[in-house]
Design a protein around this ligand. Structure first.
Ligand code: 8DG
Ligand code: MG
Length: 138
């Protein structure tokens, strides 16, 4: 007899939103969410029939109230949390309308790149922060 475990895998559209001062917009996850209380870049699950840019535009409108006008691929990360396998498709938001703010009651703020390490992100996010730093130095 063989036993097979198929782990739940989710594709997530994640947005790196930067302001002209080079600060990044981050939000804190809620108590009832996976990776509770960790800080994150806003975003959420890609629903059936959606492209990643469509999901990103929907999630950023719902979560932080901005209209994404343009985005570009930044990086893709697969991370196994044990209970959940996530595929983060991270896009840099290069143009948007509106002022980002936490629309779902979540704490949120603009943070300078150099201060990102003061915030606890989910384990999957390490490479994002590293690449943002590397890009800023080049
Ligand atoms: N948005 C976001 N999710 C992240 C980041 N890093 C990371 O590991 N994740 C994980 C946590 C979750 O398991 C998953 C995102 O799913 P989610 O629960 O936020 O999805 P959603 O916004 O559609 O939320 P919901 O409708 O299910 O409440 O990706 C990140 O920087 N931003
Ligand atoms: Mg979300």
């Amino acid at each position: 007899m063989t036993t097979e475990t198929v782990k739940k895998s989710v594709l997530v559209a994640v947005g790196v939103v930067e302001n002209p001062r080079g600060e990044l917009f981050i939000c804190r996850r809620g108590a009832s969410q996976h990776q509770a209380y960790k800080w994150e870049f806003p975003g959420g699950k890609v629903e059936a029939g959606e492209t990643v840019p469509q999901a990103l535009a929907r999630e950023l409108a719902e979560e932080i109230g901005i209209e994404v006008l343009a985005c570009q691929p930044f990086m893709r990360i697969e991370h196994d949390y044990g209970d959940k396998l996530v595929i983060l498709d991270i896009r840099k938001v290069t143009a948007f309308n509106g002022t980002p703010h936490g629309l779902e009651g979540q704490p949120s703020r603009w943070v300078p790149l150099a201060e990102l390490h003061d915030y606890e992100f989910p384990a999957a996010n390490g490479p994002i922060v590293n690449k943002l730093r590397a890009d800023a130095e080049s």
